[in-house]
Design a protein around this ligand. Structure first.
Ligand SMILES: Cc1cc2nc3c(=O)[nH]c(=O)nc-3n(C[C@H](O)[C@H](O)[C@H](O)COP(=O)(O)O)c2cc1C
Ligand SMILES: C=C(O[C@@H]1CC(C(=O)O)=C[C@@H](OP(=O)(O)O)[C@H]1O)C(=O)O
Length: 386
């Protein structure tokens, strides 16, 4: 399975093409829209999310509720585009105000490096594509991957475990809970005391013209043993998950299982003992490895965490340099999120779901769901008697 996304933040629409989804998979548009709605919410989001109402249109690869095996095309409209039609026009428009040219790069963004690399004196041509608006399509694609995983009883869930300096108490995420952003769960954190503090911190940061990052955790259960491989660097599942999560805008670190904590502990407190029982077969007495050993799934829950940096656009702006005059300036502000960690946790769930679905399609024949189901059942029977 592979996918590409296209589309600008303020262009007419966003597009994704996914190839390699097995045929005959029951396909639900509502399930995609449900995930899209989850991504739009969360305490700390800016005004743009009040304009957008992300809903997917499926333009290929699905017929009468089932995938056909052909590439699946998904599109989501940018409602804000109506306000940007001239600025984002495909046809040339006159120099001047109509273009809303950007000559002042924002610190922490792709603007300056992208402009130099792609020979663009108007940095709008960079920022429109580097924007995290693109994560809409990653979530849409991830929602298709989740539907494939569901067919094998594999579930994916996510939560926020840290915002700024507020660290949530470690509470195991119930795998069948898709935490939605509601009045009772504005930050998607299971530790409700910490969540109140997180909200306060976000409000304070917003008032101070500042921004916040945090940590998100994704959990996957129901995995067969042996997804990924130890034999080649680019088949190692830990490396692939890290790439999937680190490629989300503003993500700067990934850990699996106890991750960075392992550095400060002796081996006896890091590795998990192997046990066997008639009922469960081979398991581990602890799960510090987070479900991966030797870059392959070991059947235990997969635990992946990602660190998101604070949003770079600040209402109390940082200094930068105008590329026309080379004069210093203090960045001007239109609108921005002050904290997008709750939304990003939904994106991280999607990124992990896609990578796991891809690994499933590599491990098992995957032209059709029928082939795949048959092979997964056989493989599970084999692992049980191993
Ligand atoms: C869901 C989400 C929403 C974001 N919203 C904003 C935003 O409103 N303003 C902003 O400056 N950056 C925002 N970002 C982060 C930038 O897109 C990102 O920092 C930038 O593209 C530079 O990429 P890098 O941080 O990965 O280097 C958001 C990121 C995510 C995942
Ligand atoms: C549009 C989304 O997030 C955007 C991501 C983003 C950025 O720079 O990454 C900047 C903001 O864009 P705008 O300036 O249009 O408000 C966010 O709103 C979204 O998540 O759907």
């Amino acid at each position: 399975m592979r996918y590409l996304t296209a589309g600008e933040s303020h262009g007419p629409q966003l597009t994704a093409i996914i190839e390699g989804v097995p045929s005959n998979l029951p396909f639900s548009v509502e399930k995609i829209n449900f995930q899209l709605e989850r991504r739009q919410k969360g305490h700390g989001r800016g005004r743009r999310m009040q304009i957008e109402k992300d809903q997917v249109k499926v333009l290929s690869g699905v017929r009468h509720g089932l995938t056909t095996g052909a590439p699946i095309t998904l599109v989501v409209e940018n409602k804000d585009w109506t306000h940007w039609q001239n600025i984002m026009s495909v046809e040339p428009v006159e120099e001047g105000e109509a273009r809303r040219r950007v000559s002042r790069p924002r610190p922490g963004h792709a603007d300056l490096n992208g402009a130099i690399k792609y020979h663009q004196r108007d940095m709008r041509n960079i920022l429109e594509r580097s924007s995290a608006r693109e994560t809409t399509m990653r979530v849409a694609v991830g929602a298709v991957a989740r539907q494939l995983l569901e067919a094998f009883g594999i579930q994916v869930a996510g939560q926020v475990t840290q915002i700024g300096e507020v660290v949530a108490e470690r509470i195991e995420l119930p795998i069948d809970e898709q935490i939605e952003v509601t009045e009772n769960s504005p930050v998607r954190c299971l530790d409700k005391d910490a969540e109140l503090k997180m909200m306060q911190l976000i409000d304070n940061a917003k008032e101070d013209g500042d921004s916040l990052g945090g940590i998100v955790e994704v959990r996957v259960e129901g995995l067969p043993i042996g997804l990924g491989s130890h034999v080649q660097w680019d088949r190692k599942l830990d490396g692939r998950l890290a790439q999937a999560v680190l490629s989300i805008q503003a993500f700067k670190g990934v850990e699996i299982g106890i991750g960075f904590e392992a550095a400060g502990k002796p081996g006896s407190q890091v590795h998990d003992e192997i046990v066997w029982s008639e009922e469960n077969g081979y398991t581990r007495s602890t799960n510090r490895a987070g479900g991966l050993e030797g870059s392959m799934t070991n059947g235990m829950p997969l635990i992946v965490r990602g660190v998101m940096k604070p949003i770079p656009t600040l209402y109390k702006p940082l200094m930068s340099v105008d590329i026309d005059t080379k004069e210093p300036f203090s960045a001007s502000i239109e609108r921005s999120d002050s904290c997008a960690v709750p939304a990003a946790s939904v994106v991280a769930e999607a990124a992990v779901a896609f990578e796991i679905a891809r690994a499933m399609c590599e491990k098992f024949p995957s032209d059709s769901l029928d082939d795949m189901l048959e092979n997964v059942v056989q493989y599970k029977a084999y692992t049980e008697q191993f």
